[in-house]
Ligand binder design. Structure first.
Ligand code: PLP
Length: 410
């Protein structure tokens, strides 16, 4: 058997494994202070009580003749899709039909799989730094060429840095697909509706497909910032949107998400003839997927109940407050920061031009605090560092205090 050499040639999945290795070694030396983890994007939980109850009731119901469900619709149960249409879209004046929404087990699953819709030679663009899934999955499919000196030969990267205010400069060269993630992981930054409209207009003009990852939209605090790309006129013609309950409602271990593929959205066949992507995706699902379990979809639907909404929003507010506390503490040190307002991530420029990895080691050794080096998210992340608000208030306050103390020692 010949293996897929594109997978064999991938650079090692280095970032979080390396972070874990360094923390393990440090903890083995029995440091005076317990380690506080402000690095990984997992939520501390627990699930909202209304959600957990719906999940449990549906699971117990499966043990009864009335409550049992076998295979569900591969694109998701209408009872969940209708909640999404109403609360995630109609509430923002966006009208979608049931068959434009596909329930799945994760935004990672979908952002990874959507590239199956692209031709083998589609040219891919990503922002840099970037959530690595978009790059890795296209690399595995053989679209990105060779990886030399930390760069893919056939990938277009759009730097998003402190210097350009984290707004990607659109490429002059031809691209077929652009992946966007807003609110952004890892920088925590957002785009205004005007900025997003410029990208949508460019995509329409040049027939570029946008994959819009809105996994963190629940953190947006300002109604003027688009919570869905479809708030931008014309976006339905060019954009697929991926959303998730992971960060909204603590579903990282439960697994539920959705993807929108509007009927208007089209690509071209080799003949030049236009073809709608929505039926192609449904066709693909029919062959590859048997849907998300009934109890999980019941749990997701409970996020929209009055009780569930209040509990989930309360939890988001706690993370938002954690991010504010982090930002407030770091602001006093003079370090440059981004994000942390409409996203659970605070992005900072390391002091004195340190690399992200050197700053990682320094914070670990001096403060027993773990963050994530920006280098792990792409070349434009060099010299930057990510802290997350997915923690308790106590840990956030303690980590902030320790970070400020460590910075003073430099
Ligand atoms: N998209 C982004 C930008 C993320 O940061 C993450 C998780 O960290 C995901 C998607 C994964 O979402 P899910 O848990 O729904 O697979």
């Amino acid at each position: 058997m010949q293996v897929n050499h594109h997978i064999a040639q991938l650079p090692a999945g280095y970032l979080f494994a390396e972070v874990a290795r360094r923390v393990r070694e440090y903890e083995a030396r029995e440091p005076a202070l317990p380690v506080i983890r402000m690095g990984i994007g997992d939520v501390p939980g627990p699930l909202a009580p209304a959600v957990a109850r719906a999940f449990a009731d549906a699971a117990l119901g499966m043990g009864t003749p009335e409550g049992f469900r076998g295979y569900g619709p591969e694109g998701g149960y209408p009872f969940l899709i209708d909640q999404i249409l109403r609360y995630d879209y109609e509430a923002r004046d966006v009208r979608l039909e049931r068959d434009e929404v596909f329930i799945s087990d994760g935004a990672k699953t979908d952002t990874a799989a959507l590239q199956e819709l692209f031709s083998r030679d589609a040219r891919i663009a990503v922002t840099d730094p970037v959530y690595p899934v978009y790059v890795d999955t296209n690399a595995m499919a053989g679209r990105l060429g060779s990886y030399d000196d930390g760069r893919w030969s056939n990938l277009v990267t759009l730097p998003c840095t402190f210097d350009n205010g984290f707004v990607p400069v659109l490429p002059r060269e031809r691209v077929d697909v652009l992946y966007l993630c807003y609110p952004n992981n890892p920088t925590g930054t957002v785009l205004s509706k005007v900025q997003l409209k410029q990208i949508v207009d460019w995509a329409r003009e040049h027939e570029v497909l946008i994959i819009y990852d809105a996994a963190y939209k629940a953190f947006i605090q300002n109604p003027d910032i688009p919570s869905t790309i479809y708030e931008v006129p014309g976006a339905k013609e060019v954009a697929i949107e991926c959303c998730s309950y992971s960060k909204t409602a603590g579903f990282t271990g439960v697994r539920c998400a959705w993807t929108v593929i509007p009927r208007e959205l089209k690509g071209r066949l080799p003949s030049g003839v236009q073809v709608a992507l929505n039926p192609l995706w449904r066709r693909r699902l029919g062959s590859k997927v048997n849907g998300v379990s009934f109890p999980v979809q019941q749990a997701a639907a409970a996020v929209y109940s009055p009780e569930g909404t209040a509990q989930v929003q309360d939890c988001i507010r706690q993370y938002q407050e954690n991010a504010r506390l982090l930002l407030e503490a770091i602001a006093g040190t003079g370090l440059m920061t981004a994000g942390g307002v409409h996203a659970p991530y605070v992005w900072l420029k390391t002091p004195g031009g340190m690399s992200g990895w050197d700053f990682f080691d320094y914070l670990l050794e001096t403060a027993s605090v773990v963050g994530t080096p920006g280098e792990g998210f792409g070349n434009s992340g060099a010299g930057c560092f990510r802290l997350t608000a997915f923690s308790t208030r106590e840990h956030t306050l303690e980590a902030s205090r320790r970070i400020v103390h460590a910075l003073k020692k430099l």
